[in-house]
Write a protein that binds this ligand. Structure first.
Ligand code: E4P
Length: 217
């Protein structure tokens, strides 16, 4: 399973990338706002850190303008993935941009039918938003499962990019169901290593080791 980091914080991306944990990055207008930086400048910097796909989102709402913005974003670096919303205009833009050989991530997906349309429009990635479904008491994992089944039924190559990941359980469940990629905030990725029994076990080992009076180095 691939790990994308859902942030425009270049320091956080760099730290995780040094550990070999970053297969790609996703950004959105809210994350660009949070970074306080210019979209073109910060996206270029991210593409210099990470060699995998870096999603940069268009902000136009009509297909022609989305295509123009997508082409401009794609000029930043060869690993740019143009992120488009799941609307009819977004799907039209997806068809054109993917036809030009550009990677496209169709975002804001909340139903299996939407995911089916994105695959037919040639999307490289579909982003179902797990956490936002959970927020309205709908199990986001059911959506991942449905999309997995539909894509496997028909051999679609669009990768399922589980997004709006809020917890370590979301990561584990997405992996079990067979999502191709998760995108999560850096804090969630770091928490994957944590377990209270690991902490407790280490504490015991350290206490016993101190009693031996030995040294390895
Ligand atoms: C994904 O591409 C989105 O940027 C992101 O996962 C949205 O997450 P949120 O619902 O926590 O804002």
């Amino acid at each position: 399973m691939k790990f994308f980091v859902d942030t425009a914080d270049t320091q956080a991306i760099s730290d995780l990338n040094d550990l070999g944990m970053v297969d790609g990055v996703t950004t959105n207008p809210s994350l660009i706002l949070k970074s306080g930086r210019d979209i073109l400048e910060v996206t270029k910097e991210i593409c210099g850190i990470v060699s995998g796909p870096v999603s940069a989102e268009v902000v136009a709402l009509e297909a022609e303008a989305m295509i123009a913005e997508g082409r401009k974003l794609a000029e930043i670096a060869p690993n740019i993935t143009v992120k488009l919303p799941l609307t009819w205009d977004g799907l039209k833009a997806c068809k054109v941009l993917s036809g030009e050989g550009k990677m496209v991530n169709v975002t804001l997906c909340f139903s299996a039918n939407q995911a089916l349309l994105a695959a037919k429009a040639g999307a490289s990635f579909i982003s179902p938003f797990i956490g936002r479904l959970d927020d309205i008491h709908i199990d986001g994992m059911d959506l991942i499962q449905d999309i997995r089944t539909i894509y496997d039924n028909f051999g679609f190559e669009t990768e399922i990019l589980a997004a709006s990941i809020r917890s370590v359980n979301h990561v584990q469940d997405s992996a079990l169901i067979g999502a191709d990629v998760i995108t999560a905030p850096p804090e969630v990725i770091k928490k994957l290593a944590a377990h209270p029994l690991t902490d407790k076990g280490l504490e015991q080992f350290m206490a016993d080791w101190a009693k031996t009076g030995q040294k390895i180095l």
